[in-house]
Design a protein around this ligand. Sequence first.
Ligand SMILES: Nc1ncnc2c1ncn2[C@@H]1O[C@H](COP(=O)(O)OP(=O)(O)O)[C@@H](O)[C@H]1O
Ligand SMILES: [Mg+2]
Length: 232
Amino acid sequence: MLLVHKLEAGYGESIIVRDISLEVRPGQVVCLMGRNGVGKTTLLKSIMGVLKTRGGSISFMDADMTRKAPGLRAAAGIGYVPQGREIFAQLSVYENLLLGLESSKESRKRGIPEEALAKFPVLETMYTRKGGDLSGGQQQQLAFARALASRPKLLLLDEPTEGIQPSIVQEIRDVITNIKNQGDTAILLVEQSLEFVRSVADYVYVIDKGTVVAAGAIDEMNEDELHRYLAV
Ligand SMILES: Nc1ncnc2c1ncn2[C@@H]1O[C@H](COP(=O)(O)OP(=O)(O)O)[C@@H](O)[C@H]1O
Ligand SMILES: [Mg+2]
């Protein structure tokens, strides 16, 4: 579904992501792990197209996305929940959700799908509240629902459990598991907690200094090796 080949990306003079190749298949949850600052967010931004790549290629559902604008990637079916959530503080919950429909004419016509809201029931009770008045966990749920509003085929999730209370972490875990069990949507997830990764992932890529240093099915990953790459 998603094929990243020898990707290179960075900011200004500095190259952050180098020679990264990875694959995400339909129905899979693939995790990106690695210490702070190794380039995980930079990689997701490149896949979404909000950061231009310097080399390599990105293909999604057999279409070349390498030079496509982020809007076209969203319209093709890539949904993105950025790190830090990026909820519009001055807009209402409902308005934030509507922005998730802007990726294509079809989603605008369809409106916010029931199932996106059903996954996060708390949001429906908060429609008129301002995004900025929600708790961190509620904002994360809103960002997740906003991404689901366009019915993406691939979801890019950047540390959705970062700084969030355990009960909402559990809800996010359930939503990810539920999406995975439906079998048609793929997820590329950046996550720091090995325990969380073990509970949802099929496959893991470990990133260090902008490149893949270990990869494999989660059941086959060596625990000591993982800890070594993740230790600060
Ligand atoms: N907008 C930016 N401009 C310049 N450098 C950046 C920018 N964003 C991130 N970086 C640098 O790129 C490196 C990787 O960052 P990032 O991709 O956010 O890592 P991670 O998500 O793995 O913690 C870091 O050294 C960071 O300082
Ligand atoms: Mg990051």
